[in-house]
Design a protein around this ligand. Structure first.
Ligand SMILES: C[S@@+](CC[C@H](N)C(=O)[O-])C[C@H]1O[C@@H](n2cnc3c(N)ncnc32)[C@H](O)[C@@H]1O
Length: 341
């Protein structure tokens, strides 16, 4: 961990800023061994061989333990077997990975976070696109997967790399820390997908891109032999597409199915809060009014007969229903209010 990057980190449990323990060993402005302290939360996070481990017993209990254990067991053989994920569908791994990474629209000075980076198949492609002003942060819940990633990227000199053991559901970085975020084949393992997806949006600056992908047999292939064979092999192919967990900050959301049509890829640009509309705009026509008057201006209904008469009168008035009603009600209300004064 570079000393200058300390600012970016926060406690994954309390969100507070972290303090570097005085006993920490620093070489070339990097913390090689040491401890990050979260004073309020009373937590210690250890830095070993430059990599911070943010996994606490609390997070293990919340579902992180299984994935951590599973991937630690298969880390050694992961790279030998990962080509299967693409060859099964007659696809070219490099081509698929590049297509997803291109959606990030990277600039060489970008600071990028890769979530569930694993052994670094995508990390090396992303790193090759960045320069010294930029940087790549690799986050994974399994220190064993990251150990292979570190090995793969050890000769990367064009940009800086930093490794973090953490859960995607409690990302140990401050808000707006990155220009882009990428996650391939991690979401399906998150113990809380809603939290994971909202965390991913939180740490990206407004205007930055988020790209994530996971296996999924789309609805239109569910009843095909092809789809059934995939789901039979791994029930995760039938997991729902997390549309309802896409954060409200997402703008220009794209989704496509690639890699044999059984992996969705979402890409979106991070915005600020909810989208803002021009909802006071007058809408022409008989009904009239605006999106806002139709939403906020509802009163109790009237009788069937009164409604019939109102429609007749509104037509004679030459005004929209909204304008006619709004004027009459406002005028009448003012008379009563003034009388009451
Ligand atoms: C199928 S591998 C994908 C690795 C890599 N992205 C690739 O393309 O080869 C899934 C990765 O997700 C990681 N993972 C699982 N649960 C996680 C979580 N809650 N937070 C962060 N990473 C997680 C695993 O440790 C593993 O490295």
């Amino acid at each position: 961990m570079k000393i200058e990057n300390l600012e970016k980190y926060r406690c994954p449990l309390s969100g507070e800023k972290l303090v570097l323990d005085k006993s920490s060993k620093i070489e070339d402005n990097k913390v090689v061994e040491g401890i990050l302290l979260a004073v309020k939360a009373n937590k210690k996070y250890f830095i070993r061989e430059g990599c911070v481990d943010f996994i606490t017993p609390e997070q293990e209990i919340k579902g992180a333990a299984f994935a951590r254990q599973y991937y630690s067991e298969i880390a050694k053989t992961y790279d030998e077997n990962v080509h299967i994920t693409f060859e099964l569908y007659k696809e070219n791994e490099l081509d698929i990975r590049n297509r997803m990474i291109n959606l990030l629209e990277l600039k060489s000075n970008f600071k990028v976070l890769e979530v569930s980076a694993g052994t670094g198949q995508d990390s090396q492609i992303i790193a090759s696109k960045l320069n010294k002003e930029g940087g790549l942060w690799l986050l994974d819940i399994s220190p064993d997967m990251l150990a292979y990633n570190m090995q793969k990227l050890k000769n990367v000199t064009n940009t800086s790399t930093e490794y973090v053991v953490a859960s995607a559901c409690a990302i140990p970085f401050s808000d707006n820390s990155f220009d882009a975020l990428y996650c391939f084949a991690g979401v399906g393992h998150f113990p809380d997908i809603a939290k994971g997806l909202s965390e991913m949006a939180r740490v990206v600056k407004a205007g930055g891109k988020v790209v994530f992908s996971e296996k999924n047999v789309p609805e239109w292939l569910r009843e095909t032999e092809y789809g059934k064979v995939c789901i039979n092999n791994n029930p995760m192919f039938a997991d729902p597409v997390p549309l309802k967990y896409i954060p409200v900050e997402a703008r220009n959301v794209g989704v496509r199915w690639i890699n044999g049509n059984v992996h969705y890829v979402f890409d979106y640009t991070v915005g600020e809060g909810e989208p803002q509309g021009n909802f006071d705009m007058e809408i022409p026509g008989e009904r009239g009014g605006s999106f806002n008057s139709r939403y906020y201006g509802k009163l109790e209904g009237v009788s069937k007969e009164t409604k019939k008469k109102a429609i007749q009168a509104q037509k004679l008035s030459g005004k929209s229903m909204h304008k006619w009603l709004d004027e009459i009600i406002s005028k009448e209300a003012e008379i009563l209010i003034n009388r009451g004064k």
